[in-house]
Every structure is written in C-alpha cells, then in structure tokens.
Design a protein around this ligand. Structure first.
Ligand SMILES: O=C(O)[C@@H](O)[C@H](O)[C@H](O)CO
Ligand SMILES: [Mg+2]
Length: 408
C-alpha cells in the first residue's frame, strides 16, 4: 500500500484551518489538522515544501516509522511549526488505519472507558454580573463545567478573553484579526485583589456542583501565583490554568507548597519533553497539550500514558483554533483514556463548521459522544473549503501600565 499524493488546504469559517488530506493507491484517504493558531501558513509550507514530497510512496500503515522519520529526520527537533505539521500527518495516518480496520479510532486505542466525555465552555463577562449571565446561559444549555473570566474593576483595558461591552457572553471568542496585535494593559495587583472574591461569589451563586475553571493565562510571577492559588481555595475550583508561564517549571514547586488547588498547564507545549518534568514531579493535575501541537496521536498518547502513572489527568486544549479533525482525534483519546479529565470545547456544531467537516460526533448536555464511524469519523468537503481563504491574525500582546512587555 502506498501514499500517492497529499494536499494542504488553508481556510475555514472564521478560522484559518490547515487541513491535510493524504491519498492512497487503495482509494482510502486520511485527514489531519496542522492549524497553528495565528501562524497557519508556516506548518502548511513545511508540509508542502518538505514533508509531502517525502510522504509520497511511503506505506501509510507504518505511522510509527513515518513519525520517527520526520521527527528525527528534521535534525532540529521539536518546535510548534514542525510538530503541528507532523501532527497533521500522524492524525491522517491514524484516520487511514481506522478506515482500513473498519473501526473507530477509540477501538484501536483499547475501546471505550466511558460513553460521554465531559467538556467545559467559556463563560465571559465585561464585569462580574455580565459573567454571571454568561455562566447561567451555559448552565441552561446543560454544561456541567464552565471556565469563567471577567473584567476587573479599574483594569486599564479589557483583560484576557473578556469583551469590552456587556451582553456578549454567549459564544464570545476573542478577536485575533489583523497582522498587528491588539494591546492589552494589565495590572496583576488589581487582578489578585479582585478575582478570588469574584470566584467565591460565582461559587455561592451556582452552588457546589458546577465545575468552575479559571485561566490566569501565564500572567503571575511564581510568588504571586502561590499567593493567588492559596486565595482561591475556598471557591473549590475544578482547575486553575496557566498560573505562570511554564518555561520556569520550578515555579510550580512554590505554588504546590502553598495550595492544593488543581493546576492545568500545557496548551503551548509541543513535546513530551515540555511535559515530563511537570508530570513526573506531580506539579500539575491536568495536562493540556493538544494533539495537533503535540505532533499527533502517536506522541500524545504516550504523554497520556505517562500522565496516568502520576495521577495526572487529561484536559486537552480545545480553543476555536483547533479544527474538528484535531477535536475528533482528542474525542477518541477522551473516550479511551483511563485518566481522562475534561475537554475544552468551542468548535464542533456550528453550521458552517459542520458543512466543511461533516461528522456524527455529538455534543449533548455538556458531554461529547464520539462517532462510531471508521477512523476519525470526520469528513472534509473541499467545495465548502474553497469558499474560504487565508486571513492573517495575531494574538494580542500585553504591557504593564508603565509599558513593560508582559505575557499574553
Ligand atoms: O485556554 C484557552 O483556550 C486559551 O488560553 C487560548 O488557548 C489562548 O488564549 C490562545 O488562543
Ligand atoms: Mg488557556
């Protein structure tokens, strides 16, 4: 069996999805996602210029050897551009494997450990009352878990993931459009004074059963993060995400000495070597690496297994930048993983997205139910895809009030 050709498409409804389609001499094809948020043309070029010419002629069933060929063969290892490109190939080869076996991917991993996998939605508000309305909206849709972010009184600009005006808390997504980043101005002191009380008010309003998550988005120093984690303990969070930038992994030791709040980290990681110390030293509770950014199903499943040895559970990244192909790969891992935790969920189910990526994956009452179709269980409509073209975007940047660059 041989790979005969592969094509890359860039574009999608409101997002520059990078979709890889691998064709074979037996008519079976595989689909993969290489969407690197706001840098989408780079993995696409890597695929087109270097990887696809080598893929042609390979046996698509040898997904392990093909992964090693590209990873080792790059010489300069790791990095988000390369890993997203390898990730698309690996996802597509697993899709082909599932179709050849006539089985959904979760069966190839070891079968289902659960019927539905719990997901969390993003609730957001210009201020706390606005956020309460947004949370109530998601609770009314049946979500059992909600990430909560709100504007901070006195903050110089709208802060991370928060709309500038009230009433946008239903499906609000940060606007990343344009090649030049928007600028946010941030004040950690105001945030640290306000947010613990706000989280407690949310807990009091919605009761003990709602799973409440909060994303600090890498903005605190290690000492501040330890203080903040201790302060939010009474709100009984499901998790506190990215309290510090994860380059300094020792930072988590200080936090662990002062708080038992569950910690989730890893959405910007791209290899097991970003994750292994945090997992082995049990400095985190949830690992957030995404299948696309982590180089595909093959390496990410190994990370899930390593995490399982250390009581670390999965909490895969699921921001709107991930196409339904990455989300489907994660849905199959979520159905199987003995150490499944939760899944971030914002994408599947919009009519435009469903038209481009038809599937039988279902979202009901805050749970994802994986499709039983062979492979990933997602198709790709090239006519729909042709309606969209690439539009450059950029993550905002953050400065402190005196102009110092900070972490978005
Ligand atoms: O947890 C999340 O979904 C966010 O941190 C996003 O991944 C980030 O803002 C980049 O888009
Ligand atoms: Mg995050």
């Amino acid at each position: 069996m041989k790979i005969t050709d592969a094509k890359v498409f860039v574009g999608g409804p409101g997002k520059n999805y990078v979709t890889l389609k691998i064709m074979t001499d037996q008519g079976v094809y595989g689909l993969g996602d290489a969407t690197l948020n706001n840098r989408e043309t780079l993995p696409a070029a890597y695929l087109q210029d270097y990887l696809i010419p080598n893929l042609i002629g390979m046996d698509p069933r040898n997904s392990e050897d093909i992964w090693q060929f590209f990873y080792r063969g790059a010489y300069f290892r790791r990095g988000p551009i390369a890993m997203a490109a390898f990730g698309a190939i690996d996802i597509a080869l697993w899709d082909i494997k599932g179709k050849l076996a006539n089985m959904p991917l979760y069966q190839l991993f070891g079968g289902k450990s659960r019927e539905g996998a719990m997901v969390y939605a993003h609730a957001t508000g210009a201020d706390l009352e606005d956020l309460m309305d947004s949370i109530a909206h998601y609770v009314s849709l049946g979500y059992k878990a909600v990430r909560v972010q709100c504007g901070i009184p006195g903050m110089p600009t709208a802060s991370y993931a928060v709309p500038e005006t009230k009433g946008q808390g239903k499906h609000y997504v940060s606007d990343f459009s344009g090649i030049r980043p928007k600028v946010e101005v941030w004040d950690s002191a105001r945030y640290m004074r306000y947010m613990p009380g706000a989280l407690m008010e949310i807990r009091d309003r919605f009761g003990p059963d709602l799973h409440i998550l909060h994303d600090v988005h890498h903005r605190l120093t290690p000492r501040e993060a330890a203080q903040f984690a201790k302060a939010v303990e009474p709100a009984n969070l499901f998790w506190l995400e990215d309290p510090t930038p994860a380059e300094d992994q020792n930072a988590l030791k200080l936090l662990r000495q002062h708080s038992t709040v569950p910690i989730a980290i890893g959405e910007v990681f791209n290899s097991v070597y970003d994750c292994n110390r945090l997992i082995e030293q049990e400095l985190i509770d949830y690992i957030r690496i995404a299948v696309t950014y982590g180089g595909g199903i093959t390496p990410v499943k190994r990370i899930v297994d390593l995490a399982g040895l250390h009581n670390v559970r999965t909490g895969f990244h699921g921001a709107p930048s991930h196409s339904p192909l990455c989300m489907a790969a994660q849905a199959h891992l979520n159905a199987w993983a003995p150490n499944f935790g939760i899944q971030e969920y914002l994408v599947l189910g919009t009519p435009a997205c469903d038209a481009m990526f038809p599937s039988d994956h279902k979202m009901e009452n805050g749970m994802v139910y994986v499709s039983d179709a062979p492979g990933l269980g997602v198709d790709f409509d090239e006519t729909e895809a042709a309606r969209y073209s690439y539009a450059p975007g950029s993550h905002p940047i953050v400065r402190l009030e005196d102009g110092t660059m900070w972490n978005y």
